[in-house]
Write a protein that binds this ligand. Sequence first.
Ligand code: NDP
Length: 461
Amino acid sequence: MTTLLEKEVNEEMEIAKGYVDGVYETVLKRNQGESEFHQAVKEIFDSLVPVFAQHPEYMKAGILERIVEPERIITFRVPWVDDQGNVHVNRGFRVQFSSAIGPYKGGLRFHPSVNASIIKFLGFEQILKNSLTGQPIGGGKGGSDFDPKGKSDMEVMRFCQSFMTELCKHIGQDTDVPAGDIGVGGREIGYLFGQYKRIRNAYEAGVLTGKGLGYGGSLARTEATGYGTVYFVQEMLKDQEDSFAGKTVVVSGSGNVAIYAIEKAHQFGAKVVACSDSNGYIYDENGINLETVKQLKEVDRKRISEYVNAHPHAQYVEGCAGIWNIPCDIALPCATQNEIDEASAKVLVANGVKAIGEGANMPSTLEAIEVFLNNNVLFGPAKAANAGGVAVSALEMAQNSQRIAWTFEEVDAKLHDIMVNIYHNSKNAAEKYGCPGNFVVGANIAGFLKVANAMMVQGIV
Ligand code: NDP
């Protein structure tokens, strides 16, 4: 029999669900064709229903309607000239999503697939991720459909200079602080910073993060996202009295996040047997030789297929989706969005996967997440598991403001503490709002509450 209290709770949930669904309908109408943005919004909105049921004041204040509409979107032309003298035009984006708890903060992605939908999904996720870190940073994201792959250093420099010539009008160390993401690493950040400094005629080091160590960068920023993902998974495992030691791990990607996830997993005693790039994956049953991968990807900018030249016993397989067929205990998707679909998730589960840590942003489809959760796989969602990168970016900003530099060990220890806190805050929020063990819901709620409370006291802006 339903008690009076249960009936009341059910009614509150119904009202909250109706409200959330209504706002989602508006998002669909207002942002037509933006499937990645819809996907990110859906995941977050669905988790927030219990919050609105308990806090109807957020509904009255239109928190959801406001948080899902970017404060500002900037798109711009980026003309540049290649080494042969041909003119090219790319499109630049910056989405300044939320400044409720700090300056807009989020990376720049240079990849041919970049469009408004991708930048908006990343920017929306970034609001809650940044809040979860406990650091005072708002949410933003940007980038361009420029493809740095196969371009000379001078072409990349000319592109970055043209991109920054427009972007510099909209960013600043107290307004909006970009960083790297796919296709934007140390080389690109250097060119972008040089042009910003030249235009502004001022050394505002805190305007970009992910800088080189010689000009304002932070130790451990390069490692932060990958290490942080592994720290988060380690906390999930620890709660089950388990650890990385002796585990078989598959990591997708071979970029910044993947490389340092592999490094930390190895340090924790796991064996990483596979990694990939956008052409295919390698399988090395002896464990991936990370020095070879670093040389190929960080120094020579070559394809992962060349790994087998140095390690002939390893296998290269064309096409990246097949990497999830490799049996493993822990899977760390660290390449790109929607790289694990429902079918891949089912194969991972059938092969006995115990834990997933999302190093990339939104690498699992909504259906894949459901498969993991329904099968009691420990699931560390991106906005919690990969928040270490932006957390150390905030530490880079703090060091820039104080004009000091912490040691690697100091930054790494702070990163570790931040990841442990994110895990426990997500876990506690999930329990408090009736979904124990569901870190998707927990991370969304824990991230959301801080932003919503700041919005509540700042008036209707
Ligand atoms: P990088 O550019 O350094 O590396 C990206 C890797 O993913 C490369 O190996 C790339 O292969 C592969 N990849 C890119 N696109 C695709 C695709 N469509 N299909 C298959 N593989 C692909 O980027 P990062 O390592 O910085 O970023 C990886 C993910 O992590 C992204 O989702 C990013 O948003 C997320 N992230 C990054 C943070 C950071 O600090 N860098 C912070 C938080 C999240 P190829 O070499 O062939 O292009």
